[in-house]
Design a protein around this ligand. Structure first.
Ligand code: RIB
Length: 306
């Protein structure tokens, strides 16, 4: 089956510790549990696309270690096209050290490992995958020249281009904005991109306006339990979140991005696609871990049925 969505990005093994709270600098805390879970923003988004109903191909790199094999096997189990996942010799797979507290907040540190080896040339060599794509999804856990190449090529090919600017520490190069159809930052990423302290629909609107004025077609700021703020050519809309009991918010944003891409690729209008994406993200926070928390389409449709 040809992939309608291509995700270009990271694969990480998540090393997850649950603890009553996040430690202060210099403090040692006793944790409650430890698990290793497949993650990485790119891979999580690819899994979300697959579970939410669209064929998907992943472009990325793993190391020649046991984690790399597990990460690839996990994606193959989801029927994701992994012909674009390269194994890089002599380097570790990407990892993420994740702390989750009893209030379902998390703190994440990533080490890029093999993700840092995804070059523009390696994406160029996989052009056949992009030629089949309707929707291309990128994040920022692989080298920025590779992201720029991917956005530019996807734009040239007339694909719908989604950029999840995560993680973001600084504004994006200004010339990227015209390459993106949907920019999907969370609160802290919107702040890093614009300097606006985003913590509410109102402040998200100020940041979104700045990003639209910079040239992005549509900005969707994710606000956790406060929902999303969507600004685009047809105006601005705040959509509340589904009310759920959160246990772990890891990969909620990835689920939203992947769900949105899957629904667009299946031909849904953007407003409907966003409704499905929000419902999928809501379900994901009721479960622990990154990829294990991403729901199947049938569960999401049940949540959406009044
Ligand atoms: O968005 C969650 C993801 O961020 C985790 O799976 C971790 O690997 C980091 O990339």
């Amino acid at each position: 089956m040809q992939a309608k969505v291509v995700v270009i990005g990271s694969l990480n093994m998540d090393l997850v510790i649950r603890a009553p709270r996040l430690p202060r600098p210099g403090e040692t805390l006793v944790g409650e549990s430890f698990v290793t879970v497949p993650g990485g923003k790119g891979a999580n988004q690819a899994v979300a696309v697959a579970r939410l109903g669209s064929p998907v191909a992943m472009i990325g790199c793993v190391g020649d270690d046991a984690y790399g094999e597990q990460l690839r096997a996990g994606l193959l189990d989801e029927a994701i096209d992994c012909s674009g996942v390269q194994t890089v010799k002599g380097i570790n797979s990407g990892i993420a050290s994740i702390l989750v507290d009893d209030h379902s907040q998390n703190a994440i540190v990533i080490v890029a490992g093999a993700n840092g080896q995804l070059s523009p040339a390696s994406v160029q060599a996989l052009d056949a995958l992009l030629l089949d794509a309707q929707v291309v999804v990128c994040q920022l856990e692989v080298p920025l020249p590779t992201v720029e190449y991917s956005l530019r090529r996807a734009r040239e090919l007339g694909c719908t281009v989604i950029l999840n600017p995560a993680p973001a520490e600084a504004p994006l190069p200004a010339h990227w904005y015209a390459l993106v159809d949907y920019l999907i930052p969370n609160e802290s990423e919107a702040r890093a991109l614009t300097g606006v302290a985003v913590d509410s629909p109102g402040t998200a609107q100020i940041a979104a306006r700045a990003l639209c004025e910079a040239g992005v077609q549509n900005v969707i700021v994710t606000l956790g339990s406060q929902g999303v703020l969507w600004m685009g050519p047809d105006g601005v809309e705040h959509r509340p979140a589904y009310a759920v009991q959160a246990v772990d918010t890891t990969a909620a944003g990835d689920t939203l991005v992947g769900g949105f891409a899957a629904a667009l690729a299946r031909g849904q209008a953007p407003g409907e696609a966003l409704r499905l994406a929000q419902a999928a993200a809501a379900l994901s926070v009721t479960r622990q871990g990154a990829q294990p928390s991403i729901p199947m389409l049938a569960d999401v449709e049940r949540l959406m049925t009044p």
